[in-house]
Design a protein around this ligand. Structure first.
Ligand code: ADP
Ligand code: MG
Length: 410
């Protein structure tokens, strides 16, 4: 892709840039621009109009390298095309569940989108034990609609294959292939873990059966072009208010296994569950919040399955709808994939390069290890036992069982 006019914007240049775009702000508007500074890979600017209008937008610009690492890790600018295309598709399939895209500028590798400054990063909300009564309904619907409606279940096969080509995402998939499925399972230099976890992690490196199952899941991630998945659907990619949910940051989107997205949502709720084990919290308060988290896991799947089946029924003319029992078989495979990928995500967030603030915010390494040990125990069992699970309640029962086995309640 040629980006001959591309250059990295400063805050000042961003203001000059938006002023030239018709329909965003009036010519004389006084604009303030701030780079939010918490993007892992990209620049995220907020531009606000001074005065009473309160109008604001977000500009997300891809850098030719990964921001967290720097120029030594070059990264394609094409990810901004993937992100804006995915956001536009998701907005059509699930209006209101992603930020609106106002403009995509290919040359500058940037997207102008709706500002969600009224929302907070869901991970932060879960760390402070907020509750989101509509979240399960929103994310269950998002998953069912984006996954079903971009798959062969809904699309004509040739059209779907053209979409697969458009969403080939070589470099970002490689990040996942390495950091989720490969590096955490041997003594890779990219790994970073709590030294107190060394022994448990060594057991994982020596666990032949686990490594075999991880390899099967990796192969499925590489080869199973099932639906247009978000590809990085952790709780930091979700912005919430009590009433609203918006999924952001689909730059890892590609055609992959549906269970990877569902599994990432489940894993990040379970990582928060584990982190609460390491917090110096009142026991009753901790147990209540942990119950709340397991309830949302059940609710998400239940809503997902209901919506997914409704879409299936509504598509009666399709070949798949006419094959008796295929829907049940498909959904069971999805549930089992969900467990497998949830397990992978839980383990890599303890062993690998990118950790989660839920656990990292626990200062005392001993307390943190308590949560991390539980995360590794649950992660392993989700991978190893995924094919023995038939319902979402089997999953939450398994989590409860492992927690009771691993943790001495004081
Ligand atoms: P990166 O892909 O570089 O990690 P993200 O898309 O995750 O970037 O955005 C980084 C942060 O910027 C988010 O955690 C959020 O705080 C903020 N942000 C991103 N998009 C929006 C938006 N549309 N509205 C408000 N804040 C946003
Ligand atoms: Mg990102």
């Amino acid at each position: 892709m040629s980006n001959s006019g591309y250059h990295v914007l400063s805050e000042l240049e961003t203001i000059q840039y938006v002023k030239k775009i018709p329909g965003l702000f009036s010519e004389n508007a006084l604009l303030i621009c701030k780079e939010l500074g918490d993007g892992n890979l990209n620049l995220v600017f907020r531009i606000t109009e001074k005065g009473t209008s309160g109008k604001s937008i977000i500009i997300k610009q891809a850098l030719p390298y990964a921001r967290v690492v720097g120029e030594s890790w070059p990264l394609t600018l094409d990810r901004s095309r993937i992100e804006s295309d995915a956001l536009m598709i998701q907005n059509i399939l699930c209006p209101g569940l992603v930020p609106k895209v106002y403009l995509y500028d290919k040359e500058m590798s940037l997207t102008i989108m709706e500002d969600l400054s009224t929302h907070i990063n869901m991970r932060k909300g879960l760390i402070t034990r907020n509750q989101y009564p509509h979240f399960a309904k929103h994310i269950g619907t998002f998953l069912a609609r984006t996954l079903f409606l971009t798959s062969d279940l809904a699309l004509e096969p040739q059209y779907k294959k053209q979409k697969v080509v458009k969403f080939i995402n070589l470099e970002l998939c490689k990040i996942t292939e390495d950091l989720v499925f490969t590096d955490p399972y041997y003594d890779a230099t990219t790994n970073q873990f709590n030294p107190l976890m060394k022994e448990v992690i060594k057991e994982i490196w020596d666990h032949a059966e686990l490594k075999l199952e991880i390899t099967k899941l990796k192969e499925r991630f590489l080869t199973h072009a099932q639906a247009l998945i978000h590809g990085d659907l952790h709780t930091g990619s979700i912005m919430v208010t009590e009433k609203d949910t918006k999924v952001i940051d689909p730059e890892f989107a590609f055609y992959g296994p549906m269970g990877f997205d569902i599994g990432n949502v489940v894993a990040n709720l379970l990582l928060n569950f584990c982190a609460h084990e390491g917090c110096s919290l009142d026991q009753k308060e901790r147990l209540q919040y942990q119950d709340y988290l397991l309830n949302i896991v059940e609710e998400i799947w239940t809503i997902f399955e209901k919506e997914f089946r409704a879409l299936w029924k509504g598509n009666e003319s399709s070949f798949y709808a006419s094959v008796q029992g295929y829907d049940d078989d498909y959904i069971l495979r999805l549930l089992q994939d969900t467990l497998g990928y949830a397990g992978c995500e839980m383990m890599r967030r303890v062993i690998g390069l990118a950790h989660v603030p839920d656990l990292e915010s626990i200062d005392d390494p001993k307390l943190r290890a308590k949560g991390e040990r539980l995360a590794l125990a649950i992660g392993q069992q989700l991978v190893l036992r995924r094919e023995t699970v038939w319902t979402i309640c089997d999953l939450t029962a398994l989590v409860r069982y492992i927690k009771n086995r691993e943790v001495d309640e004081d």
